[in-house]
Design a protein around this ligand. Structure first.
Ligand code: SF4
Ligand code: SF4
Length: 74
């Protein structure tokens, strides 16, 4: 079984932290780096993501977050 993951486009993130607070598994943090918009941006830490989509639902920046469910490998 592959792990569930999300991707966050650094230059579409405004660092609002809504996804950080929404994630029940504490998978997301905000970096100290600055993106092209001048914001510290969110980063996926890849620990125990359930692909619940909460981060995607709360993110105000359309397209910043994409959620991928793990695929079963036979
Ligand atoms: S999909 Fe759910 S568990 Fe995964 S990072 Fe987003 S909020 Fe967290
Ligand atoms: S909710 Fe969206 S804009 Fe806000 S920190 Fe997370 S990825 Fe960035």
């Amino acid at each position: 079984m592959k792990e569930n993951v999300i991707t966050i486009e650094p230059d579409q993130c405004k660092g609002c932290r809504l996804c950080v607070e929404a994630c029940p598994r504490h998978c997301i943090s905000v970096t100290s780096q600055i993106n092209a918009l001048g914001y510290q941006f969110a980063r996926f830490e890849q620990k125990g993501c359930t692909a619940c989509g909460f981060c995607w639902y709360v993110c105000p920046e359309l397209g910043a977050i994409t959620v991928y469910t793990g695929e079963k490998v036979s």
